[in-house]
Ligand binder design. Structure first.
Ligand code: UTP
Length: 271
Protein backbone atom coordinates (compact mmCIF):
# COMPACT_ATOMS: atom_id res chain seq x y z
CA UNK A 1 0.00 0.00 0.00
CA UNK A 2 1.09 3.57 -0.66
CA UNK A 3 0.91 5.44 2.64
CA UNK A 4 3.35 8.31 2.20
CA UNK A 5 3.24 11.35 -0.08
CA UNK A 6 5.79 14.05 -0.67
CA UNK A 7 4.99 17.55 -1.92
CA UNK A 8 7.80 19.81 -3.20
CA UNK A 9 7.02 23.41 -2.22
CA UNK A 10 10.44 25.03 -2.20
CA UNK A 11 10.35 26.62 -5.67
CA UNK A 12 10.35 30.38 -6.22
CA UNK A 13 7.06 30.70 -8.09
CA UNK A 14 8.45 33.34 -10.43
CA UNK A 15 5.73 32.83 -13.02
CA UNK A 16 3.20 34.11 -10.51
CA UNK A 17 5.06 37.31 -9.63
CA UNK A 18 4.12 39.76 -8.18
CA UNK A 19 1.73 37.53 -6.15
CA UNK A 20 4.65 35.40 -4.95
CA UNK A 21 7.10 38.16 -4.08
CA UNK A 22 6.26 37.92 -0.34
CA UNK A 23 3.73 35.08 -0.31
CA UNK A 24 3.79 31.34 -1.09
CA UNK A 25 1.87 30.47 -4.25
CA UNK A 26 0.55 27.27 -2.65
CA UNK A 27 -1.37 29.35 -0.10
CA UNK A 28 -2.98 31.58 -2.73
CA UNK A 29 -6.73 31.06 -2.69
CA UNK A 30 -8.40 29.18 -5.49
CA UNK A 31 -12.12 29.86 -5.17
CA UNK A 32 -11.69 30.73 -1.48
CA UNK A 33 -9.46 27.82 -0.47
CA UNK A 34 -5.63 27.69 -0.46
CA UNK A 35 -4.35 25.64 -3.39
CA UNK A 36 -2.41 23.30 -1.10
CA UNK A 37 -5.63 22.20 0.65
CA UNK A 38 -6.96 20.73 -2.62
CA UNK A 39 -3.76 18.70 -2.85
CA UNK A 40 -4.01 17.58 0.80
CA UNK A 41 -7.65 16.55 0.33
CA UNK A 42 -6.67 14.47 -2.71
CA UNK A 43 -3.92 12.73 -0.70
CA UNK A 44 -6.09 11.98 2.30
CA UNK A 45 -8.98 10.73 0.16
CA UNK A 46 -6.49 8.42 -1.59
CA UNK A 47 -5.57 6.82 1.76
CA UNK A 48 -2.28 8.65 2.41
CA UNK A 49 -1.40 8.79 6.12
CA UNK A 50 1.88 10.62 6.14
CA UNK A 51 2.64 13.73 4.05
CA UNK A 52 6.07 15.33 3.70
CA UNK A 53 6.28 19.00 2.68
CA UNK A 54 9.57 20.15 1.20
CA UNK A 55 9.78 23.85 1.99
CA UNK A 56 12.53 26.46 2.32
CA UNK A 57 13.27 29.15 4.92
CA UNK A 58 11.78 31.64 2.45
CA UNK A 59 8.55 29.64 2.43
CA UNK A 60 8.23 29.19 6.18
CA UNK A 61 4.85 30.88 5.87
CA UNK A 62 3.53 27.48 4.72
CA UNK A 63 4.49 25.93 8.06
CA UNK A 64 3.08 28.95 9.92
CA UNK A 65 -0.28 28.38 8.21
CA UNK A 66 -0.57 25.00 9.95
CA UNK A 67 0.96 26.11 13.27
CA UNK A 68 -1.14 29.16 14.16
CA UNK A 69 -2.93 27.54 17.12
CA UNK A 70 -2.74 30.39 19.63
CA UNK A 71 -4.28 32.80 17.15
CA UNK A 72 -7.17 30.44 16.30
CA UNK A 73 -7.77 29.60 19.96
CA UNK A 74 -7.96 33.24 21.05
CA UNK A 75 -10.27 34.25 18.17
CA UNK A 76 -12.54 31.22 18.67
CA UNK A 77 -12.76 32.03 22.39
CA UNK A 78 -13.86 35.59 21.62
CA UNK A 79 -16.11 34.99 18.61
CA UNK A 80 -17.48 31.48 19.06
CA UNK A 81 -18.00 31.31 15.30
CA UNK A 82 -18.80 27.70 14.20
CA UNK A 83 -17.23 28.31 10.80
CA UNK A 84 -13.90 29.18 12.44
CA UNK A 85 -14.10 26.13 14.71
CA UNK A 86 -14.62 23.94 11.65
CA UNK A 87 -11.74 25.57 9.76
CA UNK A 88 -9.41 25.21 12.75
CA UNK A 89 -10.33 21.53 13.16
CA UNK A 90 -9.53 21.01 9.50
CA UNK A 91 -6.10 22.64 9.95
CA UNK A 92 -5.42 20.38 12.96
CA UNK A 93 -6.46 17.34 10.92
CA UNK A 94 -3.97 18.25 8.16
CA UNK A 95 -1.23 19.21 10.62
CA UNK A 96 -1.26 15.80 12.30
CA UNK A 97 -0.32 14.23 8.98
CA UNK A 98 2.36 16.69 7.79
CA UNK A 99 6.13 16.68 8.34
CA UNK A 100 8.41 19.42 7.05
CA UNK A 101 11.83 19.06 5.47
CA UNK A 102 13.94 21.88 4.07
CA UNK A 103 15.51 22.58 0.71
CA UNK A 104 16.94 26.05 1.15
CA UNK A 105 18.41 26.36 -2.36
CA UNK A 106 15.95 25.69 -5.18
CA UNK A 107 18.29 23.44 -7.17
CA UNK A 108 15.42 21.61 -8.87
CA UNK A 109 12.68 19.04 -8.25
CA UNK A 110 15.15 16.14 -8.15
CA UNK A 111 17.15 17.81 -5.39
CA UNK A 112 13.89 18.57 -3.51
CA UNK A 113 12.87 14.89 -3.63
CA UNK A 114 16.31 13.79 -2.40
CA UNK A 115 15.74 15.77 0.82
CA UNK A 116 12.99 13.31 1.83
CA UNK A 117 15.22 10.22 1.57
CA UNK A 118 15.50 9.39 5.24
CA UNK A 119 11.76 9.79 5.85
CA UNK A 120 10.49 7.34 3.23
CA UNK A 121 9.61 4.03 4.88
CA UNK A 122 8.01 1.87 2.18
CA UNK A 123 9.19 0.66 -1.22
CA UNK A 124 6.93 3.12 -3.10
CA UNK A 125 5.63 6.61 -2.35
CA UNK A 126 3.46 9.22 -4.02
CA UNK A 127 4.65 12.65 -5.15
CA UNK A 128 2.28 15.50 -6.03
CA UNK A 129 3.31 18.78 -7.62
CA UNK A 130 0.99 21.40 -6.15
CA UNK A 131 0.84 23.56 -9.30
CA UNK A 132 -1.04 20.75 -10.99
CA UNK A 133 -4.60 20.55 -9.73
CA UNK A 134 -6.73 17.68 -10.97
CA UNK A 135 -10.40 18.10 -10.18
CA UNK A 136 -13.55 16.01 -10.68
CA UNK A 137 -11.70 12.73 -10.11
CA UNK A 138 -9.04 11.65 -7.62
CA UNK A 139 -6.04 11.00 -9.85
CA UNK A 140 -3.82 9.78 -6.98
CA UNK A 141 -6.42 7.20 -5.96
CA UNK A 142 -6.64 5.87 -9.54
CA UNK A 143 -2.86 5.71 -9.81
CA UNK A 144 -2.60 3.75 -6.56
CA UNK A 145 -5.00 1.17 -8.06
CA UNK A 146 -2.79 0.87 -11.15
CA UNK A 147 0.28 0.52 -8.94
CA UNK A 148 -1.40 -2.28 -6.98
CA UNK A 149 -2.14 -4.13 -10.20
CA UNK A 150 1.28 -3.77 -11.86
CA UNK A 151 3.55 -3.24 -8.79
CA UNK A 152 5.54 -0.49 -10.50
CA UNK A 153 5.96 3.28 -10.83
CA UNK A 154 3.11 5.29 -12.33
CA UNK A 155 2.97 8.85 -13.69
CA UNK A 156 -0.12 10.89 -14.54
CA UNK A 157 -0.33 11.63 -18.22
CA UNK A 158 -2.09 14.00 -20.58
CA UNK A 159 -1.88 14.71 -24.29
CA UNK A 160 -0.83 18.35 -24.71
CA UNK A 161 -0.71 20.69 -27.66
CA UNK A 162 2.33 19.84 -29.84
CA UNK A 163 3.44 23.49 -29.80
CA UNK A 164 3.57 23.52 -25.99
CA UNK A 165 5.64 20.41 -25.27
CA UNK A 166 8.61 22.39 -23.91
CA UNK A 167 6.68 23.07 -20.69
CA UNK A 168 6.54 19.42 -19.59
CA UNK A 169 8.35 16.11 -19.33
CA UNK A 170 7.36 14.27 -22.53
CA UNK A 171 7.40 10.49 -22.79
CA UNK A 172 7.24 7.79 -25.43
CA UNK A 173 5.24 4.58 -25.23
CA UNK A 174 6.54 1.08 -25.91
CA UNK A 175 3.25 -0.74 -25.30
CA UNK A 176 -0.42 0.03 -24.59
CA UNK A 177 -1.45 -1.96 -21.50
CA UNK A 178 -5.07 -0.87 -21.96
CA UNK A 179 -6.79 2.26 -23.22
CA UNK A 180 -5.61 4.43 -20.28
CA UNK A 181 -2.29 2.88 -19.25
CA UNK A 182 0.92 2.76 -21.22
CA UNK A 183 4.35 1.28 -20.70
CA UNK A 184 6.87 4.11 -20.98
CA UNK A 185 10.10 3.62 -22.92
CA UNK A 186 11.64 7.08 -22.49
CA UNK A 187 11.00 10.52 -21.00
CA UNK A 188 12.61 13.86 -21.80
CA UNK A 189 12.42 16.98 -19.66
CA UNK A 190 11.01 20.01 -21.50
CA UNK A 191 12.05 19.08 -25.08
CA UNK A 192 11.56 21.56 -27.88
CA UNK A 193 8.82 20.57 -30.31
CA UNK A 194 11.42 19.30 -32.82
CA UNK A 195 12.98 16.80 -30.35
CA UNK A 196 9.80 15.74 -28.56
CA UNK A 197 9.09 12.02 -29.07
CA UNK A 198 5.32 12.61 -28.72
CA UNK A 199 2.85 14.99 -27.13
CA UNK A 200 2.28 12.75 -24.07
CA UNK A 201 3.10 14.94 -21.08
CA UNK A 202 3.79 13.94 -17.50
CA UNK A 203 1.48 15.81 -15.12
CA UNK A 204 2.42 16.31 -11.44
CA UNK A 205 1.41 13.00 -9.89
CA UNK A 206 4.03 10.27 -9.54
CA UNK A 207 4.26 6.94 -7.76
CA UNK A 208 7.98 6.45 -7.33
CA UNK A 209 10.12 3.57 -6.15
CA UNK A 210 12.46 4.22 -3.26
CA UNK A 211 15.49 3.26 -5.37
CA UNK A 212 15.08 6.66 -7.12
CA UNK A 213 17.18 8.17 -4.30
CA UNK A 214 20.19 6.20 -5.51
CA UNK A 215 19.79 7.81 -8.94
CA UNK A 216 19.12 11.27 -7.54
CA UNK A 217 22.30 11.23 -5.48
CA UNK A 218 24.35 11.14 -8.67
CA UNK A 219 22.00 13.18 -10.83
CA UNK A 220 23.75 16.04 -12.66
CA UNK A 221 22.12 19.36 -13.51
CA UNK A 222 20.02 19.30 -16.67
CA UNK A 223 17.80 21.83 -18.54
CA UNK A 224 18.08 25.33 -17.10
CA UNK A 225 20.85 24.23 -14.71
CA UNK A 226 18.37 22.38 -12.43
CA UNK A 227 18.40 18.82 -11.08
CA UNK A 228 15.23 17.37 -12.57
CA UNK A 229 13.28 14.39 -11.29
CA UNK A 230 12.58 13.51 -14.94
CA UNK A 231 16.29 12.95 -15.65
CA UNK A 232 16.54 10.43 -12.78
CA UNK A 233 13.36 8.70 -13.98
CA UNK A 234 14.84 8.45 -17.46
CA UNK A 235 17.87 6.58 -16.09
CA UNK A 236 15.59 4.28 -14.11
CA UNK A 237 13.62 3.46 -17.26
CA UNK A 238 16.87 2.70 -19.10
CA UNK A 239 17.75 0.36 -16.20
CA UNK A 240 14.53 -1.62 -16.69
CA UNK A 241 12.42 -0.07 -13.92
CA UNK A 242 8.84 -0.20 -15.18
CA UNK A 243 7.02 3.16 -15.42
CA UNK A 244 3.41 3.36 -16.51
CA UNK A 245 1.82 6.51 -17.95
CA UNK A 246 -1.74 6.77 -16.68
CA UNK A 247 -4.26 8.84 -18.64
CA UNK A 248 -6.47 10.26 -15.90
CA UNK A 249 -10.16 11.10 -16.04
CA UNK A 250 -10.20 14.32 -13.99
CA UNK A 251 -9.84 17.84 -15.33
CA UNK A 252 -6.32 19.28 -15.23
CA UNK A 253 -5.80 22.86 -14.03
CA UNK A 254 -2.32 24.37 -14.27
CA UNK A 255 -2.06 26.83 -11.38
CA UNK A 256 1.61 27.69 -11.89
CA UNK A 257 1.08 30.41 -14.50
CA UNK A 258 -0.91 33.61 -14.05
CA UNK A 259 -3.53 32.79 -16.69
CA UNK A 260 -3.77 29.20 -15.42
CA UNK A 261 -4.14 30.36 -11.83
CA UNK A 262 -6.97 32.75 -12.73
CA UNK A 263 -8.66 30.07 -14.84
CA UNK A 264 -8.46 27.53 -11.97
CA UNK A 265 -10.53 29.74 -9.69
CA UNK A 266 -13.13 30.23 -12.43
CA UNK A 267 -13.27 26.52 -13.28
CA UNK A 268 -13.71 25.45 -9.64
CA UNK A 269 -16.35 28.10 -8.99
CA UNK A 270 -18.45 26.55 -11.77
CA UNK A 271 -18.35 23.00 -10.35
P1 UTP B 1 8.37 24.55 -10.93
O1 UTP B 1 9.74 24.81 -11.42
O2 UTP B 1 7.33 24.19 -11.90
O3 UTP B 1 7.80 25.79 -10.14
O4 UTP B 1 8.45 23.44 -9.82
P2 UTP B 1 8.51 26.95 -9.32
O5 UTP B 1 9.98 26.83 -9.34
O6 UTP B 1 7.87 26.98 -7.97
O7 UTP B 1 7.94 28.22 -10.03
P3 UTP B 1 8.45 29.07 -11.27
O8 UTP B 1 8.83 28.11 -12.36
O9 UTP B 1 9.59 29.91 -10.77
O10 UTP B 1 7.25 29.90 -11.62
C1 UTP B 1 7.50 22.42 -9.66
C2 UTP B 1 7.30 22.18 -8.18
O11 UTP B 1 8.51 21.81 -7.56
C3 UTP B 1 8.82 22.65 -6.48
C4 UTP B 1 8.02 23.91 -6.69
O12 UTP B 1 7.72 24.51 -5.43
C5 UTP B 1 6.79 23.40 -7.41
O13 UTP B 1 5.82 22.96 -6.50
N1 UTP B 1 10.28 22.87 -6.47
C6 UTP B 1 10.91 23.30 -7.60
C7 UTP B 1 11.01 22.62 -5.32
O14 UTP B 1 10.44 22.22 -4.27
N2 UTP B 1 12.34 22.80 -5.35
C8 UTP B 1 13.00 23.24 -6.45
O15 UTP B 1 14.23 23.38 -6.39
C9 UTP B 1 12.26 23.49 -7.61
Amino acid sequence: MIKQAIIPLAGLGTRLLPLTSVFAKELLPINGKPGIEYILDECIDAGIKDIIFIISKKKKIIKDYFYNDNFYKSIIKKKKDPRLVKEYKKILFYKKRIKFVYQNKPLGTGDAVLKTKKFIKDKYFLMLLPDDLIIKNNCSKEMIKIHKKYKCSVMASLKVNKNNVERWGIYSISKNLDKNNFKISDVIEKPNSKDAPSNNAVIGRYILKKNIFKYLKNQKKGKGGEIHITDAIRKMIYNNNLFIGHKFYGKYLDCGTMSGYINSGNAISKL
